[in-house]
Design a protein around this ligand. Structure first.
Ligand code: PRP
Length: 181
């Protein structure tokens, strides 16, 4: 699998440090709120949510939505599809959306509007990776693990054509992998 890696951008140690740092801050910020939902957007969120939630020392409900915008390629299509909705009401709840990466901002813009429309008390975002150079819709994430340049990355939940999510670090994908197609 490593043969598709051009360069490692965020190491396993840096991911671990980010989870601890973000978990600590979220624990402080949400300590008095109650009604706390950590909402993972599948599938990319899986490793990050799993590691991050262990660092949040508060009662929380973990929920998931399956939302997709890339449909397997290397660019966001702008066509946001909800393949699976979350299983509980967000009314009067404090929702913290957990993402692997924020790129154009389209996915979050759609999901945040939907959650507010459904009556969430607050909606914030924790993302392992922020790619501000890709932004099409202005969007600020409250909690960011690492800011990365505008390159296509894989690993730690992030895929290319559904592969490489199980690489334990974040890496730039070799151009030759997708330029062949
Ligand atoms: C990725 C990622 C975010 C979104 C970010 O999901 O997990 O949800 O794209 O891109 P955006 O800011 O340009 O909207 P993807 O659609 O690839 O689905 P996946 O999580 O199942 O891989």
């Amino acid at each position: 699998m490593e043969s598709v890696v051009k360069k490692i951008l965020v190491t396993e140690e840096q991911i671990d440090e980010a989870c601890k740092r973000l978990g600590k801050q979220i624990t402080i910020d949400y300590a008095d709120k109650g009604n706390f939902i950590l909402l993972g957007l599948l599938k990319g969120c899986i490793p990050f949510l799993s590691d991050l939630m262990k660092e949040i020392k508060l009662p929380l409900i973990a929920e998931f939505m399956d939302v997709t915008s890339y449909h397997g390629g290397i660019e966001s299509t702008g066509d946001i599809r909800i393949r699976m909705d979350l299983g509980t009401s967000v009314k009067d709840k404090h929702v913290l959306i957990c993402e692997d990466i924020v790129d154009t901002g389209r996915t979050l813009d759609t999901v945040m509007k939907l959650l507010y429309h459904r009556g969430a008390a607050s909606v914030e975002v924790v993302t392992l990776l922020d790619k501000p150079g890709g932004r099409v819709i202005p969007l600020n994430c409250k909690y960011i693990g690492h800011t990365i340049p505008t390159e296509f990355v894989i690993g730690y939940g992030l895929d290319y054509d559904e592969l490489y999510r199980n690489i334990p670090y974040v890496a730039v994908l070799k151009e030759s992998v997708y330029s062949k197609e």
